[in-house]
Design a protein around this ligand. Sequence first.
Ligand code: ZN
Ligand code: FE
Length: 267
Amino acid sequence: MRVVPIPCLADNYAYLLVCPETKEAAIVDASEAGPVLRAVEEAEIDPRGRPHVTAILATHHHFDHVGGNEEVLRALGIARVYGSRHDEGRVPGQTERLEDGDAFTIGKLHVRAIAVPGHTLGALAYVVTSGGGEDPAVFTGDTLFLAGCGRLFEGDPPMMHRSLAKLAALEARTRVYCGHEYTESNLRFAAHVEPSNQAIAEARARAAEARKDGRSTVPGTLGTELATNPFLRASSAEIRATLGIASTAPDEEALGAIRKAKDTFRG
Ligand code: ZN
Ligand code: FE
């Protein structure tokens, strides 16, 4: 599969997902129309062939993820707009109402929606596999960021903990494409709460290098997230010691405390 990150607004990512065999393509989170349509135009002159965009996949209803839907679907003649059943009426142009586990295809790519409530109640992640041994991809919206997670606008810590556990159970080599470029500031917090974690130091060096060259930090891999992301590491003794979380507290309670600390962290 081919995935093109499309920087939008201040720090959002939309993505162009292309099936290389059929050239059928989808936009994940049409944040704003201008950059998305430019990215599709650029892909059209790519020697690998002209993609045919047939669908928009919305991770959640927030405007910075669906604000470009109407213009993009009109400009490209898109007939299918996927979103959660819970987000009906809040995803412009929505035609498909997904439930946890619903699957569909983009060309020969297999896409499965998984319900990951917490940031919003209808939040979805899309897991994409192509067969043939290629690394899977997951589009996580504002649920899982590289080294972070979304704020709990509609859900609570136990809900987010269950959602992150679903993502953590994916294959370690899964490539993680998230909704925002927050990686460097997330890693500053990660290093603050778990200073002796060498994987975090290495991830910080890689992220700094990428941003210095004007590149994005996406995709990460789930394996790296498991090693660095404090929200997937709620059981870490060092994180708990830093934040004064009891060693006996359940992980979902620790996650709530980590989220609260991150909300007020200035580092
Ligand atoms: Zn959001
Ligand atoms: Fe967002």
